[in-house]
Design a protein around this ligand. Structure first.
Ligand code: 0O2
Length: 216
């Protein structure tokens, strides 16, 4: 960062990245409200975990360089969508869509893109629902629309993706074919588990039995 930008540019870039941090804060508030309210009404939470991360200045510039973008804020804003990232983990596939609908239906949210890798998994077996949304952030002298990438996935999808990610980087992105085949098999198992768990959940709900976690 120091090599590429002078002092004023660094200050401007840091301010630019701050807006993404505020975008995450806005979205996290929305997600927590949905989680608490939904839990109160329906007696269970569709959201298991939420994690957020802000890309570092160096990795934003690294990605801009890899994509061959000019180092301008406009080019970065338009072309790098995952500066602000939120990952929501839920129990059941239908919860992923339910959370997506609850978020994208909000009046101040603009949906920029949806990639449904649950309906259409990637060739390697990756499944997840990706949303790119814009959320308004009210600053001292202006309002900015900030892009946030939201990945919504079940616990099983998340388990698979975390391991695949580790393997991908352990082999420096050149994973042996046999291991890729095993990962595809594991993705299939995870998909079956999701379908099975959802069917069980529906069956229990249909029977009117309430599932409660027994505290320690
Ligand atoms: P990291 O290290 O998680 O940040 P883009 O990043 O928008 O230029 P693309 O491919 O159009 O690239 O976006 P896409 O498909 O929505 O994927 C973005 C993110 O989804 C990735 O970010 C990963 O977090 C996740 N993802 C996508 N495909 C896979 C996959 O095959 N396996 C795993 N484990 N995660 C995946 P990054 O920046 O690539 O990685």
């Amino acid at each position: 960062l120091r090599e590429l930008l002078n002092f004023d540019q660094r200050r401007e870039f840091t301010r630019f990245l701050m807006s993404y941090k505020f975008g995450i804060d806005e979205m996290m508030t929305k997600i927590n409200i949905l989680k608490d309210e939904f839990t109160y009404i329906h007696d269970y939470s569709p959201i298991e975990h939420v994690k957020s991360r802000l890309k570092s200045a160096d990795s934003v510039l690294g990605k801009a360089a890899r994509k061959g973008l000019p180092f301008t804020l406009d080019a970065i804003r338009e072309n790098i969508h995952d500066i602000a990232g939120i990952r929501i983990t839920c129990s059941f596939i239908q919860d992923a869509y339910r959370i997506s609908d609850m978020l994208t239906g909000q009046l101040d949210i603009t949906v920029v893109a949806v990639k449904d890798y649950i309906a259409e998994p990637k060739a390697n077996g990756y499944r997840s629902l990706h949303l790119i949304v814009e959320v308004p952030v009210f600053m001292s002298d202006r309002v900015e629309s900030v892009r946030v990438e939201i990945q919504i996935r079940t616990v099983a999808m998340d388990f698979w993706a975390s391991l695949e990610h580790k393997i991908f980087y352990k082999y420096d992105k050149v994973v042996p074919e046999a291991l890729l085949g095993e990962l595809r098999d594991a993705a299939d198992v995870a998909r079956h588990l999701d379908v099975k768990m959802e069917a069980l959940h529906e069956e229990v709900r249909g029977s009117g039995t309430t599932l409660r976690v027994i505290p320690d």
